[in-house]
Ligand binder design. Structure first.
Ligand code: MV4
Length: 448
């Protein structure tokens, strides 16, 4: 087992990882930027090193500084958390080259899923349903041929894309040329790769994802699904587990597809297979080769520590449980609390937290790095907390979450707490009848 792990991240996820390391008897090394000198992850870890100035490029994304800190502190492994370097294949490769374990899959497996056209191809060859689509589009003529074959509406997507960047819906032949050209130039600008492909557009889907774990001995387990349909501009706001729109029959097929996906690339680590679900059929969208922000809802309904399993796998140990031992119990909901103003187009609202009282009580978990008089820097993501709640069923969880949101006091900065209360009281949310358009259709209506 590892003796010492460097956590290449900040904020709540850094604390999340430090906590599990401590329970496992593993020493921790924090890194922090000049803007994060007062951050809890720096004080909570066994050692902490400043690795650069505030901008992420010069600190949390500064591979040379992170690696030299890891070598200096003589760590066995690096945990990247999520965001920053978590899905950076070159970083994983550099760790491999320096005999430091990257807590995640191999650089090869990250690359295999980073290219969407080759990922789609691998999946469809291995009994994982994919949306009807095209190979790489070489020319506009290609695009025209495939659009006619697939039938409008279609989507043009960057093969290097993901998470909603570099994609466009095309409703009719007149719009094709323009959409094709714009998506290519956006793809070039975002990813330095202008290769695009086409998919049939699935209108009003749900976003359902399956959590999987795979160790180096070929043991593969799933921990069921999460429903992450409630998003705004591709940022998830609220997630739940399990999904009540997924029937037993669909669930069985979906987890089988997710396991096929993992087997297809000999995946090692924890990962998520994302699907679009139209109420009847589901389709592979992408795979996330990292720990995810919303992993906590899975932890709440399975009582399994995903970070612990992730560390065990990276250290070459076996998963600590078998599929037969996995039981999904009750229902969990997570709300991501951001320092943003929902009334000003979710404008980030950094600054000092002048008063702070976190919710608590039965069935509530708060993962956060903030405290009274903490100054939220403007350099990083605006997520400041996650509330995760558990209930015997969805309605109990929903009421418990509302209770916790009402208890939460955060003074001095605007937060998304009021917006979450509105979601939880929305009729379509309560009835569980909505799609990825929920926020724009249900939440942005102007009251008169
Ligand atoms: C789609 C789609 C409809 N049809 N692909 C958004 C993020 C990226 N992972 C893929 N995305 C989508 N791909 C086809 N063929 C709709 C979306 C999509 C979406 C998906 C999940 C959750 C929220 C979304 C919001 C807008 C679009």
């Amino acid at each position: 087992m590892f003796n010492k792990i460097l956590i290449a991240n900040r904020g709540e996820v850094a604390l999340r990882i430090i906590r599990t390391c401590r329970e496992m008897g593993i020493r921790t090394v924090a890194i922090y930027s000049k803007a994060d000198e007062d951050c809890l992850h720096a004080s909570m870890a066994d050692e902490a090193y400043c690795i650069g100035p505030a901008p992420s490029q010069e600190s949390y994304l500064n591979v040379a500084n992170i690696l030299s800190t890891a070598l200096l502190a003589q760590v066995d492994a690096i945990h990247p958390g999520y965001g920053f370097l978590a899905e950076n294949a070159s970083f994983a490769e550099i760790c491999e080259d320096h005999k430091i374990a990257f807590i995640g899959p191999s650089s090869k497996q990250i690359r295999a899923m980073g290219d969407k056209v080759s990922a789609r191809e691998t999946m469809s060859k291995n009994n994982v349903p994919v949306v009807q689509g095209s190979p790489l589009l070489e020319t506009l003529e290609d695009a025209k041929i495939y659009a006619e074959k697939i039938g409008y509406p279609v989507m043009i997507k960057a093969t290097a894309g993901g998470g909603g960047k570099g994609m466009r819906v095309v409703y009719s032949a007149e719009d094709l040329e323009n959409a094709y050209n714009i998506t290519r130039s956006e793809a070039e600008a975002f990813f330095a790769n202008d290769k695009v492909y086409m998919e049939k557009f699935i209108a009003n889907p749900r976003h359902i994802e399956v959590q999987i774990l795979a160790d180096k001995f070929g043991n593969i387990c799933h921990l069921g699904e999460r429903d992450c349909t409630i998003q705004r501009r591709h940022q998830k706001l609220l997630e739940e587990a399990p999904s009540e729109v997924v029937t037993k029959e669909i669930r069985a097929k979906m987890v089988e597809a997710a396991i096929n996906a993992v087997k297809a690339i000999n995946y090692e680590g924890i990962g998520t297979i994302e699907f679009l679900f139209d109420g009847h059929d589901f389709y592979f969208m992408e795979m996330n080769t990292r720990l995810q922000v919303e992993h906590c809802v899975t932890e709440m309904v399975t009582s399994r520590d995903l970070v612990k399993e992730q560390i065990l796998i990276a250290a070459g140990e076996r998963l600590s449980f078998t599929q037969e031992e996995v039981e999904i119990r009750g229902h969990a909901i997570e709300c991501r609390i951001n320092a943003e103003n929902p009334n000003k187009d979710f404008m980030p609202c950094p600054g000092e937290i002048e008063g702070y009282i976190a919710p608590g009580g039965y069935g509530i978990r708060v993962d956060s790095h903030v405290y009274a008089n903490y100054k939220i820097p403007s350099n990083y993501d605006s997520m400041i907390a996650k509330i995760i709640c558990w209930g015997n069923n969805r309605e109990e969880a929903r009421r418990r979450m509302l209770r916790a949101l009402n208890e939460y006091v955060i003074l001095g900065v605007e937060t998304t707490i009021p917006f979450h209360k509105k979601i939880l009281r929305n009729r379509s949310f309560i009835l569980n009848r909505y799609s990825t358009k929920f926020v724009e259709e249900e939440m942005m209506k102007v009251e008169v």
